[in-house]
Structures are given as structure tokens and as C-alpha cells.
Design a protein around this ligand. Sequence first.
Ligand code: SF4
Length: 375
Amino acid sequence: MTTTKTADVDGTLAQVYALAGAGADIVRITCNEVEAAQGLAEIVPRSPVPIIADIHYQYRLALAAMEAGVQGLRLNPGNIRKEDQIKTVAKEARDRGLPIRIGVNAGSLDKDLMEKHGAPVPEALVESALIEARYLEEVDFTDIKISVKHSNVRQMIASYRLLADAVDYPLHLGVTEAGPPPGGLIKSVAGIGTLLNEGIGDTIRFSLTADPVEEAKAGRQLLEFLGLRERKGLDLIACPSCGRAEVDVIEVATRAQEALEAANLPIQVAVMGCVVNGPGEAREADIGIAAGRGRGHLFIKGQVVRVVPEEEMVEALLDEAQKLVDEGLDARLAHAEANAEEIAAAERRQLIEIRGDANQSAQRRARVAEVAGGD
Ligand code: SF4
């Protein structure tokens, strides 16, 4: 959702483009005054993605937003409460072929339902959504999507589960007012991720107290990590570092992330703190770098292909990543330096001698053999 004043057409469009670039497929924009609706009339035709008008309190602004050309509406049943007004909007949306999201929010629940239930409990949120859905259905409007957002993650999950049992309409997921990262991210991932894994949910939004581009990025990444959306950008994995690290993993990972994000390569890249366990632990990554003794070991699918001075690690990683994207896996493996694996193996052995084997495999094997051979 944009955070600019909608009347500021250029500012809002710039944000819409930034959101679309970060992975947003739909952008919601507030339509809270006549000037906002007028702004939408200029924004919608120039937007790269469908625009949803966010409507509270004034049903006439929903009519104005449709006239401005938006591709959908979000209505809050908690503050547009008159049945005839809701039906007027629904009829207009029906005639224009536009969808409506019934956007119930625990923080702005219908006051009658608040009184009836005493708190914005899941039953109250779902009841609000069902009442609104009935109004829409009564005028033959069924192009409906529903959300029942709550700021409490457990209540949010319970609300959507209840709703999913009650209706077949598509559901839009979100933890409302999740707050700034990292807490806001964790709440959103916990709530949205749990439901998506249960097969509940059709669209999502992270509501963070942050630049909305962060919301779009986080939402896209969650979908990619859950395998619900094809990865289009970088996936950087990095080891958490430990006493065995031969390099400042955080610093190298940060530099690599900045460089690779700028290059926008659609690959999984690993940054590992040591060559002892790094290439093996990250063998699923397309490409990665592991630190040896003053050197960086560049690996592709777990195979070490180049050894470079430590200060050239990030540049070498970027160079090889670009070549991997351009030339493909087989071509790059064919270009592997002949002795790279040997050098890596030798350094691995040296490091194990100096620091010991973190997994203590030799001792464990000996102990197992001892127990197995005992009488
Ligand atoms: S890759 Fe090496 S430095 Fe990183 S966590 Fe594993 S053992 Fe530690």
C-alpha cells in the first residue's frame, strides 16, 4: 500500500513503480477525499499493476474511485455500515465488473459487533465479513475477496481458519499493524506463513511500519521461500559464522548482498565462513564462496572451481555469478581451475589440523567402532 498523498500523482506513481519493482502484483491506494479520487484518475492509466482503492467511511468515494478507473475496491465494513450504501457500491462494481474486498479489521470492527462479542474475537471478525458478504450477494455481486486482519497473530490465524471453513471466497491475508521490523516481519511471517502452509489464502500483504517497498520485498520473498512463487531475484544464504570462521562473514555477506542485488541475478548464492564445512553445507546453492586461510574458495553446486585472494572474494563471486547466469552450469563447471578442488582439500585438512574437526567425525567413528566391536 502506498504511503503518499494520493493527490500527489507523481509521488504516488513513483511509489507504485517502486512497489511493483520489488515484487508487488497489486497496489492499494487510499481514496480518502475527492482530491485522492481525482489523483487516481491520473494514476491508474499510468500504473504498471492493478490499483485497488482503499475506502473507509464515505461510500461516495468508492463510486468516485470506480469512475477514476480503479481495478478493485477495499471496503471496510466497520465504518461503512449502511446497507443501502453498501448495495449501491456493489451494484456499480457489478455493472463495471470490478471485485470488492471486504476488509474487516480488528481495530475498526463494527461497533454493534464489538458490543455483542465484547472484544474483536475471531467470531466477531468473521460475523462482520459474512454480514457484508450477504449484502453484496443480495444484489447478485459475488466477485468478493475477504480479509479478517488482527494485530494479534494467534487471533489472526484463528480468524482466518474460521473464515475459510465458512466461505469459498478468496481470502486476503495480513497481520494488521504489525509494527516495524524485525518484530513486524516476524509477526507477519508467523501469521501469513502458517495459513499459507495450510492452503489458506490467495493474496497477502505485510503491514510494516517501514518503507512500503520493504513490505513488498518481504511478501515476495515469503512466497518464494514457500515455493509459491518462482524466484526472480537473488536468494543469499550465509552461514551464521562460528569460531571456525576464517573471515568476517557478516561483512562479506553484506557486501555480496549489495553487489548481487544491484546486479539482480536470479540465483541462490552462499557465503560461508570456512572451507572446512562451507562448500558441503551449501552444496545446494548455485554458487558460493567459502573462506580458507587468507583465500576465498569459489564453488558451484558444491564443487570448488576457483581460489582467489581473500580481498578479491566478493568481486570474484559477482564475476562468476554473472558468468553462471550468462553461460549456464555445465559451461562454468568446464571452466573450473584444474587444481582448485585440490587446493581446497589441502586447506580443509590444514584447518582441521589447526582447529580440530568441528564434527569430530574421526573420534565419533572410532567410538562407534569400539562400541560395535565390544563383547
Ligand atoms: S561454514 Fe564454517 S564458519 Fe560457517 S558456521 Fe559452518 S563451520 Fe562455522
